[in-house]
Unconditional design. Structure first.
Length: 267
């Protein structure tokens, strides 16, 4: 597997799809266990950014700012077409979070140079307006209201874990109040996909099986963290990150709350 870039690998987004929360994000980051990573926090060098951080390329797979800017990336799994010296896809997320242009304008600037990177799907915008770009598909898509799923292919590609996760989250969103524990439970599902439903991404059937659950475990690679973001219509943000320690099989939870546009209280 490719070791030099860091991305999310499973994302669910409910945008203007719930009466209380205008945005719900539930996402897993899959990566080699030995890749150095910082837990979610407001960054010391850019204190407006909240997210985890890759300590090798210094980018991130998912981040939100105190002003409500939001960006996240997944890789497009195609081991037949790997560029050994491509730039880090995590930098695409960080660059957006550090500037002030709209998600659509930013993706329009990324699009002409997108082929320089290994395969990706990039979602950028604000908690009110999100846009999608992949370097495996032409054009930029605006996410309208609804529930969306994304793994290591294109947006809404019906891989088993995407479809199963969407059904579970749709049921959760039927309740007036959404609890982080319910969303984290969806992200923690270790059920393998059926062989006949698995995609062929060039890694072989054994690896396709290993990569098929929402929560991946293997001796050297797997789901490192699960993130839940909930934003209500008063712009109150609740951000939760559950980190998995493969050495102890223990989970640790970090939570942050703030209101968009207001000073963030440091704890």
């Amino acid at each position: 597997m490719l070791r030099d870039h860091v991305t999310m690998c499973l994302i669910f987004i409910a945008l203007k799809h719930h009466p209380k929360y205008k945005l719900v994000v539930a996402a897993n980051r899959d990566e080699f266990y030995d890749r150095r990573t910082a837990a979610a926090a407001f960054w010391h060098d850019h204190p407006e950014i909240l997210g985890g951080r890759d300590l090798e390329a210094m980018g991130t797979w998912l981040g939100i700012t105190s002003a409500g800017r939001l960006c996240m990336v997944t890789n497009f799994r195609d081991l037949r077409n790997i560029k050994a010296h491509a730039p880090s896809r995590g930098k695409l997320v960080t660059d957006f979070l550090l500037e002030k242009s709209s998600g659509e304008a930013y993706l329009k600037r990324v699009e002409p140079k997108a082929k320089q990177f290994n395969g990706f799907s990039l979602i950028a915008g604000t908690v009110d307006s999100l846009f999608y770009l992949s370097n495996y598909k032409d054009g930029i898509i605006q996410l309208n209201s609804g529930l969306f799923g994304l793994s290591n292919h294109l947006l809404e590609t019906p891989w088993p874990k995407v479809e199963k996760g969407k059904r579970a989250i749709q049921d959760i969103l039927k309740s007036q109040t959404v609890h982080k524990e319910e969303l984290l439970k969806v992200l923690s599902d270790e059920t393998l996909g059926a062989d006949h439903e698995l995609p062929d991404t060039g890694v072989g059937l054994e690896r396709e099986r290993m990569l098929s659950p929402a929560f991946i475990k293997s001796p050297i690679y797997g789901t490192r963290s699960s993130t839940v973001i909930m934003v209500d219509y008063n712009d109150h943000v609740a951000f939760h990150e559950s980190m998995y320690d493969p050495l102890t099989s223990a989970f640790s939870l970090r939570s942050f709350e703030f209101i968009i546009g207001q000073p963030v209280e440091k704890k």
